[in-house]
Design a protein around this ligand. Structure first.
Ligand code: SF4
Ligand code: SF4
Length: 446
């Protein structure tokens, strides 16, 4: 009962969760300190420190809320080390909405303490200056593509020029994804008809990074959808989902981006809005929460959210037409945090994989533990991200799988880096890529 009294203290607003954000501060007090979340928290598993656990971070948020401490640099460091993977949220028997509490806390830190340092600089550049503007992203990735494809990157690496830059820049350069293929879908592609009799009309959320870095995954997604009788609409007015902005506390920018996406899709009269990026899908499904205090957009956000489906979720429900092409491979699946923990989509990707003849699905230990990608976490919290990735690669290697599969672009990049670091062959695949390959083999008569 003591907690109830504390909650009425005005000092509670020091956390800033009242009024300016959608989070109910009472949620902080749902934690009963049972510790059931601890073994699911990657930072706690790696460091074994209470301050780097969900329970510890909630205690820190409460301490701020009750006015016992301010947002000191050390306190913010503990909160920043959280990956926002939401594994704790999925494991918590008391229903603590850790993800929204942490996102709102970060928003408050941005407002209260301001932002400084390397992490803040990266976030400001990426979230404020790049992601909300499609043309800027296209320009930046176009320059990166030129850097890679003209041989400049090879020269810079051969001559060791990166050593002249601060270590962080050369680390970022080493993580640059390969941009050997053209962006897909092209901006003028707005409709792809179903093969055969249409079973559904779907809107495709193509994302901002996906077309630029993972064009082949987008192309595979469209082929799989049309092969399964879907007319696919790709609204030109769509943009970035705003997930990275929300994770870093940029909620006002995120709201504007959400409104733009709702407008782009609501005029298209589609049965479902399909997405192949788990992180973006989780964000799209929370637009109603993001726009909770916007009376004009809340009903529109709810209608939008009701239609959003991850590609594997959509295919499992459709249901998909099983391919007859064989892929004789041993495959292990890495759950993307934002699919399994945030969207609670666990079985559907496995259902899709099991529909492929010849494919053997072997579970890795801790398949639902984060791989350490977490948006820009692998840039701003490099050391912890690599520590988590190394643990993940041991789990991958223990399965003796030929292929590691996942459902999110950030995880694919991180796993590719992990495979390289661990000296394991090949690259990671998206679930839909394997299904697409099985259909292609079917068509070829193999
Ligand atoms: S599982 Fe939930 S209630 Fe238990 S310590 Fe973790 S956050 Fe608190
Ligand atoms: S969101 Fe992930 S990293 Fe953060 S406290 Fe929860 S389990 Fe740990």
């Amino acid at each position: 009962m003591a907690n109830t009294d504390i909650k009425k203290e005005p000092a509670l607003d020091l956390l800033g969760l009242q009024g300016s954000t959608e989070v109910n501060v009472d949620d902080l007090y749902k934690c009963v300190h049972c510790g059931l979340c601890l073994e699911h928290c990657p930072t706690y598993v790696e460091l074994g420190l209470e301050t780097e656990s969900p329970r510890g971070r909630l205690a820190l948020m409460k301490a701020v809320a009750e006015g016992r401490v301010g947002y000191t640099d050390r306190l913010v460091e503990h909160l920043d080390l959280c990956l926002l993977c939401r594994a704790c949220e999925a494991a918590c028997p008391s229903g603590v909405p850790f993800g929204s509490l942490m996102a709102a806390t970060r928003a408050r830190i941005q407002e209260e303490a301001g932002a400084s340092g390397w992490g803040a600089a990266v976030r400001s550049l990426v979230f404020r200056q790049m992601f909300p503007y499609r043309w800027r992203l296209n320009l930046a990735f176009g320059l990166m593509r030129m850097y890679q494809n003209t041989g400049l990157q090879a020269l810079v690496r051969r001559w060791g020029l990166l050593r002249l830059l601060p270590a962080r820049f050369s680390e970022m350069e080493s993580m640059m994804p390969s941009l050997s293929t053209q962006a897909y879908p092209p901006v003028d592609l707005e409709f792809v008809p179903a093969k055969g009799k249409p079973r559904a009309r779907v809107g495709f959320f193509s994302g901002c990074i996906m077309p630029l870095v993972f064009g082949p995954v987008n192309a595979a997604t469209l082929r799989v959808l049309t092969r399964n009788g879907c007319d696919v609409v790709i609204p030109r007015g769509q943009g970035c989902c705003a997930a990275l902005n929300v994770h870093s506390g940029e909620r006002e920018v995120a709201r504007e981006m959400a409104r733009r996406n709702i407008e782009a899709f609501e005029v298209m009269a589609v049965d479902a809005i399909v997405i192949n990026s788990a992180g973006c899908g989780a964000m799209l499904k929370e637009y109603d929460e993001l726009l909770e205090h916007d009376p004009d957009y809340l009903p529109r956000a709810r209608a939008f959210v009701a239609k959003v489906k991850d590609i594997s979720e959509f295919l499992a429900e459709l249901p998909l037409d099983p391919p007859s092409g064989w892929i004789e491979k041993r495959v292990t699946y890495q759950d993307s945090c934002h699919l399994v923990h945030a969207q609670r989509v666990k079985e559907q990707p496995r259902t899709v994989l099991r529909s492929i003849p010849g494919l053997e699905l072997v579970e890795m230990p801790g398949s639902d533990n984060c791989c350490g990608a977490a948006g820009v976490y692998n840039i701003v919290q490099r050391e912890m991200s690599m520590q988590i990735l190394d643990s993940k690669m041991k789990d991958v290697a223990s399965t003796d799988a030929d292929i590691v599969v996942t459902a999110n672009p950030g995880c694919m990049l991180q796993l590719d880096l992990g495979l390289k670091k661990a000296g394991l062959p090949g690259r990671s695949y998206h679930v839909v890529e394997l299904l697409d390959q099985a259909y292609a083999l079917e068509e070829a008569g193999d």
